[in-house]
Design a protein around this ligand. Sequence first.
Ligand SMILES: NC(=O)c1ccc[n+]([C@@H]2O[C@H](COP(=O)([O-])OP(=O)(O)OC[C@H]3O[C@@H](n4cnc5c(N)ncnc54)[C@H](OP(=O)(O)O)[C@@H]3O)[C@@H](O)[C@H]2O)c1
Length: 272
Amino acid sequence: MRELLGPSADPDPDSALDLHAFYATDWLEPGGLRVNFVSSVDGAVTAGGLSRGLQTPGDNKVFAVLRDLADVVVAGAGTISAEKYGPVKLSPARVTARTEHGLPPQLPVAVISRALNLDPASELFTPASERPRAIVLTCAAGGTPELRRRLSQGAEIIDCGDSEVDLTLARAALTERGHTRILCEGGPRLFADLAAAGVVDELCLSLSPLLAGPGSGRITAGTAWPGSDGLALTLRGLLEEDGALFLRYRSQVVPAGAGRAGNPPRGRLMGD
Ligand SMILES: NC(=O)c1ccc[n+]([C@@H]2O[C@H](COP(=O)([O-])OP(=O)(O)OC[C@H]3O[C@@H](n4cnc5c(N)ncnc54)[C@H](OP(=O)(O)O)[C@@H]3O)[C@@H](O)[C@H]2O)c1
């Protein structure tokens, strides 16, 4: 992998790139909420219904490094279900990589769900002494008391609002628990809502050299952002490996009222 744009860009394709250093820069110290996606060149977020069909060896490396540099992994209920998320089981090498960068050895998973249609019998919510409990970020209206009781045996349930999940509160709840470096692994509906809520600091996008063809959704989904022509991002880094591109975007912070869009979502992405 080579760095085309970034703090230590080197045009020499044979020079060794420290992937952890690349993604740790401007991240470990301030922390924030970082979103990771893989997409085809024609913008598909899935191939055959899953992200797996889009992954490349380089994307797998970036995926692992981003986890190494996170305090918590967050995903929406749709991704947890589709991608069959379980607890994160880290190899000794991954634990070493984490501790070398000042991260705790374990990596808990947090799920965001309003409806709370989660399976309490899944491994993700099964209590185990050797790993951290999962976190469920929901609202008071989510789930029956019985479901909550069963889920709470293997997960911490946090209500972030009454009838809807307030994503600002959800992020704050993670930060209060010491999870200052938050990695969101999707999916598209959650990402669109996080961006609209202004709680996304960074997008790491792997672009795989593939046309997936018609049919798949994009990395954002759900209800259109009313009155907005989009959210601006600033490219901070760019890697390449075997034709796949790895883009690191930051939220674009501009002075209040100076946004490009006439009426963007209340997101910090357009800068407020
Ligand atoms: N290419 C990639 O990198 C990548 C990454 C992730 C996922 N994916 C793919 O994306 C697909 C899943 O898409 P998706 O959009 O359904 O995934 P998603 O965003 O993970 O899940 C949507 C669900 O998350 C919860 N949610 C999202 N926003 C919320 C909000 N503001 N408040 C409360 N709950 C919220 C809701 O759960 P409840 O219904 O329980 O309330 C909602 O139904 C899968 O095919 C997966 O493979 C691809």
